[in-house]
Design a protein around this ligand. Structure first.
Ligand code: ZN
Length: 504
């Protein structure tokens, strides 16, 4: 009986995964190759597939199967694929069925309009124009939190959708500790007066050669081209249609090296995570990353801990110079290393360096939670943004476009998403240290362009498990302790202390 129910559940979930992957493929096409005229038809196709997937998943039959199979998942020490599948599906099912269908579709419609208005408002740098839609999105988020339920803070319910098991209180504690470490270091760097010249990165760089170098690098990392491909897009992303087809997209700037170079490593990091999930999890909801934060730990690790490290460039700088002899032929390795690691408080999150990036996230987290608490009103958001930006980073936006309107997340109702970026940064170092504790030769290997030990460790401790475990459990199993700020802060102090000759 139980085996029959389990087969029935898996078969239904496989159908739903196929629908989801088909949606994703249409979405990938929309953002890479679709002609502009296809937009309206594509929106309808996506809405249909997503509605079908939602209907199949919230079918009461799924609930009955989960009830029937509950005894298989009772023992939390049972980490078999089946027990984990039942636990995770139960969690997803409860979340999905708590939101009434009319609410879900009303929110989806409002998001489409809000996103369009935000694009216009950002172009005109006019926050007042976007404000009513922001108010509406906060109201939707509030109602979603009420439907889903929470113990302490409505933000808990939203955050849990992106970072299962994480609470607002935990994020507050983590961010306070990070702030206490990062601000004094940043202050010391600014006060130290060391100026790094990064103008060498802003020169004309042939796009075909940029692409060639990026392909060479991620091939060495271990990105599997038999199960992936790379295309061009405006806002880069990685996307999976199952572990055997995980694609990345890249944006090339003709006069700036960093965006495509580090963007390619970043998206390949996301993609290698999905390529590394256990084949046994295929066509189940477990065949994905554990959370957005864990996902980001993988992209950030390849981008920053490998891609912005000295050993990596000792092995690869000569090749980059050979591709760009005019631009870099007379620039020594040390100058290049310092340029790609320059710290500079700035207005735009996506252009921020490793050190100041997290301050951008903290600002958004504070504003989101206070908006939900009603402590600040949407009408005051632009002013609050500017004042707090100045207090944190010492820079004040010259326009709403470069301030409160810069990110698309809030227009899309994605409140609770931002903290996952910083969680990913913190976790990238915690995992890296655990890998190095097992294999101290990893940095030397990177200096020889060998990445197999590092990738192998991540495969074993993170990738293959897919979504079987909640992030807290995955992290404890992999590193022996819960998410901890200390390794990340030590890394920042050591790296930037050496580059800038400061101690903090
Ligand atoms: Zn990412």
């Amino acid at each position: 009986m139980t085996q029959e129910a389990l087969n029935e559940l898996k078969s239904r979930l496989a159908t739903i995964m196929d629908l989801n992957y088909a949606s994703s493929l249409l979405g990938w096409d929309q953002r890479t190759h679709m002609p502009p005229g296809g937009a309206r038809g594509r929106a309808e196709q996506l809405a249909t597939l997503q509605r079908l997937a939602h209907e199949h998943f919230t079918d009461p039959a799924i609930g009955r199967l989960l009830d029937q199979l509950a005894p298989l998942a009772d023992d939390s020490n049972d980490t078999s694929d089946d027990a984990c599948l039942i636990r995770v599906t139960r969690r997803d099912y409860e979340r999905a069925t708590k939101l009434p269908a009319e609410f879900v579709s009303a929110w989806a419609r409002a998001r489409t309009i809000s996103n369009k208005v935000w694009e216009d408002a950002r172009r005109e740098s006019n926050f007042a124009r976007f404000r009513p839609h922001l108010e509406e999105q906060i109201d939707f988020a509030h109602r979603a939190a009420d439907y889903i339920g929470y113990r302490e803070h409505p933000y808990d319910a939203l955050l849990d959708g992106y970072e299962p098991g994480m609470t607002t209180a935990q994020v507050k504690t983590l961010f306070a500790e990070l702030k206490d470490g990062i601000l004094p270091l940043l202050k010391a760097i600014v006060a130290g007066g060391v100026e790094i010249d990064d103008s060498i990165l802003h020169q004309p760089f042939d796009e075909a050669r940029q692409e060639q170098f990026g392909v060479e690098i991620i091939t060495k990392f271990g990105y599997d081209w038999q199960r992936g491909r790379q295309d061009r897009t405006v806002h880069p992303f990685a996307i999976s249609f199952g572990r055997d087809d995980v694609r990345i997209t890249t944006r090339f700037y003709p006069d700036f090296l960093n965006a495509a170079l580090f963007g390619t490593m970043h998206e390949a990091g996301h993609a290698m995570y999905e390529q590394g999930t256990d084949p046994a999890l295929s066509r189940t909801p477990l065949a994905r990353g554990a959370s957005l934060g864990v996902h980001e730990s993988q992209s950030r690790m390849w981008e920053n801990l490998v891609g912005r490290s000295r050993p990596f460039w000792e092995a690869n700088y000569a090749r980059l110079q050979a591709l760009f002899p005019e631009q870099l032929g007379r620039v020594d390795l040390e100058s290049f290393y310092r340029a790609i690691n320059k710290v500079q408080p700035s207005l735009i999150r996506v252009e921020a360096d490793e050190l100041t990036y997290n301050l951008h996230i903290m600002l958004r987290f504070e504003l989101e939670t206070e908006l939900l608490e009603g402590k600040i009103k949407p009408a005051d958001l632009a002013e609050e943004w500017n004042a707090r930006m100045n207090a944190l980073l010492g820079v004040t936006p010259d326009s709403d476009a470069n301030g409160v309107l810069q990110d698309m997340h809030w227009s899309g109702g994605m409140i609770g998403y931002f903290p996952t970026y910083t969680i990913g940064n913190v976790l990238s170092v915690q995992l890296w240290e655990a890998a190095l504790a097992d294999h101290p030769t990893i940095p030397e290997e990177i200096g020889r362009n060998e990445f197999g030990t590092l990738l192998g460790w991540m495969r074993e401790h993170v990738h293959r498990h897919g979504r079987k475990f909640e992030p807290n459990r995955l992290i404890e199993n992999a590193t022996g302790r819960p998410l901890t700020a200390a390794p990340y802060l030590n890394y920042l102090r050591t790296k930037f202390g050496a580059i800038y000759g400061v101690q903090a």
